[in-house]
Design a protein. Sequence first.
Length: 277
Amino acid sequence: MAGDESFSISPTRGEYYIFDKNYGRLVHSFFFPCPTEKGKGITVAPTAENNLLVGPTSEVQESRTDTSTTRRGLDDVAEGARSLVPSITPAMAITTFSGLRASADTGDFVIGPLDSPRGFVNVAGIKSPGFTSAPSIARRVVEMMKDALSDRLTFAPNVSFVPERRHIPRFESLPAEEKARLAAEDPRYAQIVCRCETVTEAQIVEAIRRGARTVAAVKIWTRAGAGRCQGGFCGPRVVAILARELGIPPEEVTRHGGHSRLLVGRTKDYWFKGAGR
């Protein structure tokens, strides 16, 4: 850590369940247990999309890349959830996932400049509260950088920065008249790709044009594949649209980049090769 040995960071895995929208109204506010030294504990929370988010666990591990879920971890999530809402059962879940939190041994955020190397500012050990703290942290870090490097650098606002971006229309939530208008302007709005979340081809194309390059990125931008079937029906169509818009073979489309390809070839090609032997 740039020579700073005043603190250490441990990867801490948190596992979650996501429940179907049919159960999103099971609760109408956040349910928290009494916090412990590990954090806020297992919570039950309705999401903005009317799903139910349950978790996380808090388990320190050695690996900084392992985000797999575990049977023990998910059992702990289920048990913690039932202590808050007894009617919850994992049978309601549509998917699970886990992520890593960078836990510092200081017990709090680590924000501050180092004497050496000059200009280096630690912004570490920031877990869940960082989501709401980020704007204030950013302003504080800018001031620290100014104090450390004002004799070397000139700090000025980026006048070309656009603080707001035009949202991709959420077709599902639009009134019928607006849906009809969009479909008349662009027929791809009349092509529903993801039926669980009512995501259209036009929305997916717009996400790709704005930078989405993987199936996971399209899911984040549009929620295609975020519904009950988790991409079981719309996944192949999303792959086809990505391939078409990016000008690449479907076999090169990945789930989340790197080596996470979804396809290895065409079924008929493999079948005929096998029959030829």
